[in-house]
Design a protein around this ligand. Structure first.
Ligand SMILES: [Zn+2]
Length: 370
């Protein structure tokens, strides 16, 4: 039996094989790389000092309004200068995940947003991203797939949401799912006065699913529990990004549990974005007690200054999860991935072996200590 004190060591948590289902590429870009790409390509930044840039991008304490949490993405996005720089930031994002022992990653991209900074085509974004992640896969023991989706600026003139979907379908060797935001700059689609938006969402979701792309929807983060229900009912979401506000509505909880729809929970992101008031008030424990399928993710490692290992540490030390519970959460993530069944089985077996080995080593070192 492994006790919580022994596994609390950062080194042990880092050595655990991990799966992550909710990490945005744009929120994973290294700030040093942004600085370098900007210098080499004469891109003007809000400040020409690296230290100042870090102050602008890293969110060190919770922001007063949610919009402020997303603001640094408008600076990080300047990295998408061309195919080459896109490949570079993707390679590095995957490298960082691999060094944290993430073995399977579903990386989120919003190609229309990424393309908007330097007027790239959707193809240039996809090809740059795929080139970068393939290079990282060759070098590291990690498998990466993509979740593509439209931007929050739903009605952006260039690269409309249907175009993003149709282009995603052409890169299905790496795109395994489609991601939708429950809210856009134009509003919340399921409110009565947004019938048109609702129709657009529903059509897009239907087309994605019929084309073989399962759906994950950001809902119940800043929106109400009802937004989670809307995502399930109207869009047939297979997973929910965040979904933490489900805890406020027993009907939504019941639906999540009955349908076994996983939540992609991002603890530090929720605290820093001000979605929850403090770590202690994060509803992850309640969701877990109710029996909701939950998974642990980083959302935006650069913005939040975190790694997945750091999130595991928070889970054990601040939120009082046990090692056995953490292990279950890792296997939940594995089971909830949009991988084909055969790959999932393969990954599952290799995780079982790795865990057995790590736990065995831990028991040996504990015996020597006594
Ligand atoms: Zn997200």
């Amino acid at each position: 039996m492994v006790s919580s004190r022994e596994v609390d060591s950062f080194a042990f948590l880092q050595s655990l094989p991990k799966v992550e289902l909710h990490r945005h590429l744009i929120g994973s870009i290294r700030i040093e790389t942004l600085f370098d790409i900007a210098t080499k390509n004469s891109i003007s930044l809000p400040t020409d000092d690296l230290h100042g840039l870090k102050n602008l991008i890293e969110i060190r304490k919770p922001v007063p309004i949610f919009r402020q949490f997303l603001a640094p993405l408008n600076i990080l996005g300047l990295c998408f200068h061309d195919k080459k720089t896109t490949a570079r930031v993707t390679y590095e994002a995957v490298e960082d995940a691999a060094k944290d022992n993430v073995k399977y990653l579903e990386l989120g991209i919003s190609p229309a947003f990424e393309a908007s900074f330097h007027h790239l085509s959707l193809e240039e974004v996809f090809e740059g991203v795929i080139e970068g992640l393939r290079r990282a896969e060759e070098r590291y023991d990690i498998k990466v797939n993509l979740l593509a989706g439209p931007t929050f600026k739903w009605r952006e003139k260039i690269h409309s949401p249907p175009q993003v979907l149709e282009t995603s379908l052409r890169y299905k060797e790496k795109v395994v799912g489609f991601g939708l935001p429950a809210e856009t700059k134009e509003g919340v689609p399921f409110l009565r006065w947004h019938e048109e938006l609702k129709r657009e969402y529903a059509m897009l979701a239907k087309r994605a699913k019929e084309s073989g792309l399962p759906l994950t929807v950001h809902a119940g983060e800043i929106g109400s529990a009802q937004s989670v229900m809307d995502a399930i009912k109207h869009l047939k979401a297979d997973r929910i990004g965040h979904g933490i506000r489900s805890v406020r509505n027993p009907r939504v909880l019941k639906c999540l549990i009955e349908k076994r729809i996983p939540l992609e929970i991002c603890i530090s992101s929720n605290v820093k974005s001000g979605v929850v008031k403090s770590l202690n008030e994060h509803p992850i424990r309640q969701l877990w007690y109710h029996g909701v399928v939950i998974t642990i993710n980083t959302d935006d490692p650069t913005l939040c200054g975190i790694t997945l290992t750091k999130e595991y540490r928070i889970l054990l030390s601040d939120l009082k999860f046990s090692y056995a519970e953490l292990k279950k959460l890792i296997f939940n993530a594995l089971a909830s991935g949009f991988l084909v069944e055969k790959e999932k089985e393969h990954l599952n077996k290799s995780f079982q072996r790795r865990f057995a080995k790590l736990e065995g080593l831990l028991n040996i070192s504990l015996r020597f200590k006594q």
